[in-house]
Design a protein around this ligand. Structure first.
Ligand SMILES: O=C([O-])C(=O)C[C@H](O)[C@@H](O)C(=O)[O-]
Length: 415
């Protein structure tokens, strides 16, 4: 079996005006859908970032896959490195949220290759990763402060959420509709005392739900320590309170709350420094930038070695990504925390049949061969057409925030 050709389809999926410390989500989130066609008719599918930089990297590397045996993932990596010398002319540090372009591109193509392998041997991808250790994978609710609606538009059905009480309401809806147990708040948005109050109110409303907050490095060390002291005993973990390894180590030394990260440890060569400096206790994996699904299980082994916990990061995504995350999570013995997901926010998908449904906050690992999901071409066409008219090729939360507030500036840390 050989790869015949690769099809890349950028899509725009409707998103909500969700706030973070750099601004607000644009009306559309961008993704790239990948289809790899083999000469025996087998098709493997995948999903990756949709920013123009990521798309350029994928487009540049795709021809190198032609003729490859989809089981030969080592050769896939070698071909991508050859096709993208120096990251393919793309500045890796600005390309895809600071992740190595070659890892991002490899990962984007590894998923469809594993889907093909699974289909060829009649096994779900989780079996190619060593088999499932759990049949149900827990996810966490991803809570966001949000505007009522997009700029110039009416309120969406989630309405405005800009206060601690409104956030408790949002959490109640997530818990009642999806059964999520862990609750993660995207912080760094409101002033620190209001976010402390939000977490305390969430604790009162949900006494038995693990709670996390993630300001994406939006706080200074002083602010982070102040907040951590107020939230001792309330959080299961505090994610990326500050920017940089040394700053994380300073905060870690001042609190008993474990620090988690997807900002200071996002490549294998950053683990040693994090351990040496005792900067983090939990690493968020993400197969899109950790170098694929198999590399994510290698990360798990390293975390076990260094006694680090493991959670899973997400960005706005569709069901192909969710299926891939679920297979990886099921095959990761030491996945110690519920995985993040943005899936409920988009509310649309391109997979055939009904979208994924969380039961008690968890997803059952797909058991069909490969990823266990397939593309509904009509839906894909609809969101591909939306990409063409959406007029966005990069995510820019700050620029979009400036439409709401022309005086808004990008400042990290903000508080
Ligand atoms: O945990 C994270 O850093 C994220 O989930 C990244 C996302 O881009 C998140 O900040 C968002 O959706 O605004």
């Amino acid at each position: 079996m050989r790869i015949d050709y690769v099809k890349l389809t950028p899509v725009a999926i409707p998103d909500k005006p969700l706030l973070n410390c750099k601004g607000v989500h644009q009306p559309y989130a961008l993704r790239t859908v990948i289809e790899i066609f083999c000469d025996d008719g087998t098709v493997g599918i995948g999903e990756s970032y949709g920013s123009i930089k990521a798309l350029e990297g994928l487009r540049e590397a795709a021809p190198a896959l032609v003729g490859l045996d989809p089981f030969h993932l080592n050769e896939l990596k070698a071909r991508i490195l050859k096709a993208l010398p120096n990251g393919g002319g793309i500045n890796a540090k600005t390309a895809v949220a600071d992740h190595k372009v070659t890892d991002v591109v490899y990962s984007a193509f590894e998923v469809p290759c594993l889907d093909i392998q699974g289909k060829a041997v009649g096994r779900p991808v989780v079996d190619l990763l060593g088999g499932p250790l759990r049949q149900e994978v827990p996810f966490s609710a991803y809570l966001f402060f949000k505007f009522a609606g997009h700029f110039g538009e009416d309120a969406d059905d989630w309405g405005e959420v800009m206060s601690p009480d409104a956030m408790v309401g949002q959490a109640r809806r997530f818990v009642s509709e999806h059964g999520f147990v862990s609750l993660k708040l995207k912080g760094g948005v409101l002033e620190p005392d209001l976010e402390i109050e939000t977490m305390i109110k969430l604790r009162e409303a949900f006494p038995h739900h693990p709670l996390r907050i993630d300001p994406n490095g939006g706080w200074t060390v002083e602010t982070a320590i102040y907040i951590a002291r107020k939230l001792e005993g309330i959080l299961e973990y505090l994610e990326d309170p500050v920017i940089g390894m040394d700053a994380m180590a300073q905060v870690a030394a001042a609190t008993s709350i474990p620090l988690a990260t997807n900002m200071v440890v996002l490549e294998f060569d950053q683990i040693a420094e994090a351990v040496r400096k005792n900067a983090v206790k939990i690493v968020l994996s993400d197969h899109h930038y950790w170098g694929g699904m198999r590399a994510s299980t290698h990360l798990a082994k390293l975390c076990e070695t260094f006694d680090l916990g493991l959670s899973m990061h997400s960005n706005s995504h569709l069901g192909i990504t969710l299926a891939a995350m679920t297979h990886v999570a099921a095959a990761t013995p030491n996945l110690t925390y519920a995985c993040d997901t943005h899936y409920p926010w988009t509310g649309v998908d391109i997979i055939e049949g009904a979208p994924f449904r969380f039961e008690d906050g968890s997803l059952t690992v797909p058991d069909k061969p490969g990823l266990g999901v397939s593309i509904d071409q009509e839906k894909l066409g609809k969101f591909a057409a939306l990409y063409e008219v959406a007029g966005v090729s990069e995510r820019n939360d700050t620029a979009y925030m400036q439409q709401f507030d022309p005086t808004y500036e990008r400042r990290v840390p903000r508080w």
